[in-house]
Design a protein around this ligand. Structure first.
Ligand code: PLP
Length: 439
């Protein structure tokens, strides 16, 4: 990479591949966030291979990777233990459609790490995991409504593609074409970190609420932790008071900050959990689970249906197990926290040097650089940050071989394989980028 200017970088092959992609893949990408639409345009970079903290594009440019594939790659790319598990999995065939020993061991490992997972089911994505917890909550309570928090992302099932209504106690409106008003009408959206708005919504809708769904530490409008240490405990207690279940969407947070959930960090217990990303070690996965009495409403034991041809596939189980084995060592998390702190301090110092107004929200090795001087505690605060300046930083870093997610609402993720040298190189690129932006 090149922290001095990066004008030498050539993207010819990326452009050619992206032209071919545009002709066959809708929008040229298999997930909208991969386009550069949120950073003022430009051609997405087409990657070719990856190792450790870095990936290399089809033109041979190398990048220090802070995207981490939107979260799963807590061990970085091609971690030897994960690759070994994946290779071993291919020797034994790849899919049986029957129970396997791997899924049992993996479920036992998850439950040992997260005792609240009294019963678990494996699925193939975070979307599926969250979608199913909602169905389970409705089935178990006999109620219909769901309360979620503005700006949280819970995958793309219909019920969670709903935006806030016009007031804290109003019902939601569809956030995507194809989501019906009837579905949106069963979803209530309130601001995160705001117990008053939450209470207001519970007062109006409490009796009809099947579940409250929350990212305990938000990752989807940037990293935003609970402001009050008792926030999550209060969210749970007040939901239970009206007879609603609580679902923690820990698709990003589980095993991101320590060997377990965000719930454990705050000493609280949700009724149901949705997991994904990290637990697959980079292969497709999702999982949901929680209280045994609630989970027992799922087929074959109960009336709530959920199934999957690929669910618990041996490769994902084995790479997931390998990933968790590595994460068992607390030194891994200390390392990411130390590098995260170094980046936070360095980026803040650099911004100050160049007169660029930013604030950083960081939890361990995950953080978001917001362009603005206000503290970001909810979605409105994240929306109020400067997207143009973020886009400028994104492109300036890209040209210097530092790859961050192409959206002001995402996080930088440090991995176990990032090094002090990576951080130094990144901070030099950040400093040059801020200098360019201030000029
Ligand atoms: N829940 C959260 C908190 C997420 O961040 C995501 C994905 O970014 C999902 C659910 C959906 O997961 P997937 O993309 O695996 O379907």
């Amino acid at each position: 990479s090149n922290s001095e200017g990066g004008e030498a970088m050539d993207f010819t092959q990326s452009h050619l591949w992206q032209q071919r992609a545009d002709a066959v893949i809708l929008g040229g990408v298999n997930s909208p966030s991969r386009s550069f639409k949120s950073v003022g345009g430009g051609t997405p970079v087409v990657m070719a291979r990856a190792q450790g903290s870095r990936f290399v594009d089809v033109d041979g440019n190398t990048y220090i990777d802070y995207l981490a594939a939107y979260g799963p790659l807590v061990l970085g790319h091609a971690h030897p233990r994960v690759m070994e598990a994946l290779r071993a999995a291919t020797y034994d065939g790849i899919l049986y459609g029957t129970p396997t020993t791997w899924e049992v061991e993996f479920a036992e490992t998850l439950r040992a790490a997260i005792p609240d997972l009294e019963r678990v089911r494996f699925v193939n994505s975070g979307t599926e995991a969250v979608m199913t917890t909602i169905r389970v909550a409705r089935g178990a309570t006999g109620r219909n409504k769901i309360l979620k928090f503005a700006g949280c992302y819970h995958g793309h099932s219909d019920a969670v593609l709903v935006a806030a209504g016009s007031g804290p106690s109003s019902i939601g409106v569809p956030d995507s074409a194809g989501v019906t008003r009837a579905i949106a009408g069963e979803v209530i959206t309130v601001p995160y970190n705001d117990l008053e708005a939450y209470d207001e919504a519970l007062a109006v809708h409490g009796e009809d609420l099947a579940a409250v769904l929350v990212e305990p530490i938000v990752g989807n409008f940037g990293i935003v932790p609970p402001e009050r240490p008792d926030y999550l405990a209060e969210v749970i207690a007040r939901a239970h008071r009206v007879g609603a279940l609580v679902i923690f969407d820990e698709v990003i947070t589980a095993f991101r900050f320590h060997y377990g959930t965000a719930a454990q960090l705050y000493g609280v217990h949700a009724d149901l959990y949705a997991l994904g990303k990290i637990i697959g070690g980079g292969l497709p996965i999702g999982a949901y689970g929680g209280r045994r009495d609630v989970m027992e409403s799922v087929a074959p034991l109960g009336p709530v249906y959920q199934a999957g041809t690929m669910a618990g596939n041996p490769a994902s189980m084995r790479t997931g197990l390998a990933c968790l084995e590595v994460l068992r060592d607390p030194a891994v998390y200390r390392h990411m926290d130390r590098l995260g702190a170094a980046l936070e301090q360095g980026i803040l110092a650099s911004a100050q040097r160049h007169g660029v107004a930013i604030t950083i929200n960081r939890v361990g090795g995950a953080f978001t650089v917001f362009f603005g001087s206000h503290r970001v505690r909810d979605y409105a605060g994240a929306q109020a940050t400067d997207g143009r300046r973020f886009a400028a930083l994104f492109h300036a870093l890209l040209r210097r071989g530092v790859f961050i997610a192409p959206s002001k609402y995402e996080a930088w993720f440090v991995s176990a394989q990032h090094t002090d040298a990576d951080i130094e190189e990144t901070l030099a690129a950040v400093d040059a980028s801020f200098a360019e932006m201030a000029a």
